[in-house]
Design a protein around this ligand. Sequence first.
Ligand SMILES: Nc1nc2c(ncn2[C@@H]2O[C@H](COP(=O)(O)OP(=O)(O)OP(=O)(O)O)[C@@H](O)[C@H]2O)c(=O)[nH]1
Ligand SMILES: [Mg+2]
Length: 495
Amino acid sequence: MFSTSDTIVAIATPAGRGGLGVVRISGPAAAPVAGELAGREEPFRPRYATFATITPAAGDAASAVGDQVVITFFPTPHSYTGEDVVEVSAHGSPVVLSSLLRRAIDAGARLAEPGEFTLRAFLNGKLDLIQAEAVADLIDAVTPLQARVAFDQLEGTLTGAITAIEGDLFDVIAKLEASLDFPDEGYHFVGSEEAGAALASLGDRIDRLLGESARGRLIREGAQVAIVGAPNVGKSSLFNALLNANRAIVTAVAGTTRDLVTERADLGGLSLALIDTAGVRETSDPVEREGVARTRDALRVADLVLVVLDGSREMGDEDRGILAETAHLPRVVVLNKSDLKGSGIFSIAQGVLGLNWSATSTQAGPGVEPFAENAPQHRESRLGRSGKDPRPLFSVSAQTGAGLDDLIAGVAEALSTGGIEFRDQPAVSNVRHTALLARARGALARATEALEGQVSEEFPLLDLQEAAHALQEITGRRTSDDLLRHIFERFCIGK
Ligand SMILES: Nc1nc2c(ncn2[C@@H]2O[C@H](COP(=O)(O)OP(=O)(O)OP(=O)(O)O)[C@@H](O)[C@H]2O)c(=O)[nH]1
Ligand SMILES: [Mg+2]
């Protein structure tokens, strides 16, 4: 399905105006196409910046556009795609760039499909599948941590770890196969104990990678964090303060927010979707009632809930209700308005949460009985953790900003047990990789069982081969057209 014999062209820089814009050409005719653009007979010197003037061509208006450009020729195989590649750096005007594109097509190139440059790099062995996917992740990264994880995968750390596991697995398979081919020798090539130990160590290595996958996925995909609470406690103010922007309307009127307001935020290195909600209360206003229903929808999808209480007043029934309603969810309780004189709500909240946790300013209160519905039954969140957190209570002022840094650190910590900073262990961040690792792990476990049962060498072999195939699918040593189409679809044209 993938043709790689023709020459493709695309604008590689984002749509819109810029100082520079780049048109990329790849394929056997890349240099002749560029030569025709530049009206130049002599060959381009490889990997040198060549200044050229594109003269307005006679003909239709689209071709009557000229520019001064820099052309760089990367001959095969030392190029991004592994083919002959030419990059034309022009001025970043959409008119100039589309004219260049049009003229390259007239000269025999074809408009590239989304991701086709990277697909060719994969097909030509310049990148494995993990690295190709990392290119898309790096381009999509919005936080430094996302970029770091993607770059690391592009550099091949994850590929290295998986290839090493696959190599050692292959070794066990080869020995077991040899034992099969020479049955008289029995387990001569590998004792079942030795094979068992090798499989156990491979299983441990896969487990370590899988153990990092929740963190990796959190970094790559971010999380949804809903801000909920009674009316007027300062949810929208906190939302704005965390975003550092005046995004949501704040007024002294209870019931100001009537709908969900969602905004992306980079908090503590994580890309979060922060959701401001309508204050939860009984109301006869149909609009507000719909808003409250939407708040409950947000609670269902959130990876973490910030329950906001007004620390300057007594805890009310609405506060108690929302605390009970979120007791089984992964949550952090925020006492807002710390700039105002407190009411002792801090110690009450601690009691409600059933905590023996003392804050800097307030000592634990006399322990209010938890509500009946408040029994600590923590659900597993989508990130695969329990909602229990060692620091569930924070005191902040959305107005002055006091305590916000601490809260942000607490949110990152609550989302990822043990913090989300970069570690030496390669982070498996892609769900496809995680699923295949889990499949390999399952097959290894079955092989180990078969080996211990001493049924025959054949049984563990089938499972071991399945494990090996799963690992090869991660790096792309085994692939299908469907899989490639699926992966490269998410690229934009020109990548
Ligand atoms: N002193 C003080 N006032 C605050 C603080 N945060 C919010 N407020 C005030 O509390 C009032 C309500 O703030 P909002 O952010 O609109 O509260 P909300 O929870 O979004 O309210 P609804 O959308 O109506 O549910 C406003 O008058 C804010 O100025 C704070 O940290 N300190
Ligand atoms: Mg509001």
